[in-house]
Write a protein that binds this ligand. Sequence first.
Ligand code: SF4
Ligand code: SF4
Length: 366
Amino acid sequence: MNNYPIITKKKIKSNNEVKRIQKENKKKYGRRMLFGYPKASIPKIVIENGCIDMVGNKSQSEIQAVEANKLLEAIEKNELTGMSGNGFATYKKIKVAIAAPGENKVIIVNGAECDPGLTHDAWLIRNRLNDIIFGSKLLAQMLHTSKVFLAAKLLKNEVIEGINVKNLPNRYPTGAEKVLIKEVLDMEMDKNEIPVKKGILVINVQTVIMIAEIAKGEFLKGSRYITVADYETGEAKVARVNYDMDVKEVLEKVFGDRKGKAIFTGGGIMAAHKAQENEKVTPLTNFIGYSKEVTYNNESKCKKCRGCTKNCPMGIQVHKVIGDQEKNIKTNMKSYGVEDCINCGSCTFLCMAGKNTMEIVNMNSK
Ligand code: SF4
Ligand code: SF4
C-alpha cells in the first residue's frame, strides 16, 4: 500500500480552524530543539475529546503475582504485536532482549507519539498510568533490570515508582527508535545496529498496557486503541476497537457520515492511505480519519529551498535526489543516503513545490 502524508504545511495554512488548533498545541508542547538533529516541528492538528470503548471492558480482576516465563507464554498466546505500526510479535522482541548479552539492559517505554494526527498514546498516559507502571515493572523483572524510562511529552522529568520519566521535545519524528534512544540515553546507534540485540528494548506505551492487561487476565485479544479524527475540523477521539471492525463503520460511529470527505487510515497521518472498500482495522492501524484529498505533483519544479534536506531526521540529501531526478542525471543515489529513509514524510510535508519527495526518495532507493 502506497502511504503518504495527508497533510502538508500549505494545507494547514489554508485551514483556519486547524491552523488555530496547531498554534494552541505549539504553545502547549513548547518547541525545545531535539539536540543533534535538525527536525521539523509539526505540532498536533487535532484536539482529543475523550475515549469511546467499542469493545467492552473486562471487569477488573485482582492483580496476581506473575511468573516471567508464564507471562511470556501468555503474551505469545494472546498474539500481542507492537502497537506503533510495525506489527512485530511482542514476545519475540522481548525474547531477543532477554537473550542479549550484558548486565545493563534498558527498557524505553515509548509514549512520544509525535505524529501530528495521533492522540491515543497521550490519552493512555493520562488515563492508564497505573497499568503502564505495572506493565513496565513486569518487563523489568523479565529483563532483570531496574533501568526503565518512560519517554513522553507534557510530563516533567521525575521518577515515578522507580520509572524515569523523560520529557521529550516537540519535534517530529522523536518517536523513531534511534532518535528516541539518542534523546533518552544520549547514545548514538550505528545505522546497522539493532537496539534490542544490544539489550535496549524500545516498546510502545500501549503494548506495555496490554502486557499489564494480559497479566491481570483482562486482555481482550485482537483489540487496540486508535485515534479517530476529522482532520479538517481538528476533532479527535480515542477509541478502543477490534481488529475485525470495518474502518468506515468505526469512523461513522464517532462522527457520522460526513459526506464529501475522503476516509484515510494507516500508521499515522504522515504515512497514510485512502481506506479501501470494506477495509478492516488491523494491528497496524493507528488512526481512522476524515480528510480532504491531498494531491502531489512530482513534475513541478523544485524551488531549491532545501527545507526537505534541512529537516530530514536521517540526514538524507533530499534536495540533491530531487535535483538529479529533475535533470535526469544518473547518480549513485546511495551517496545521498536514500537507503536510510524511515518514511517519516517530513520532506513531503514541507515541500514548497508540492512534490511527494518521500516517494521520489523511495523510488531511488531500490
Ligand atoms: S527522506 Fe525519508 S527520512 Fe528523510 S524526511 Fe523524507 S521521508 Fe523522512
Ligand atoms: S523542499 Fe521541495 S522545493 Fe524545497 S528543495 Fe526540497 S524538493 Fe525542492
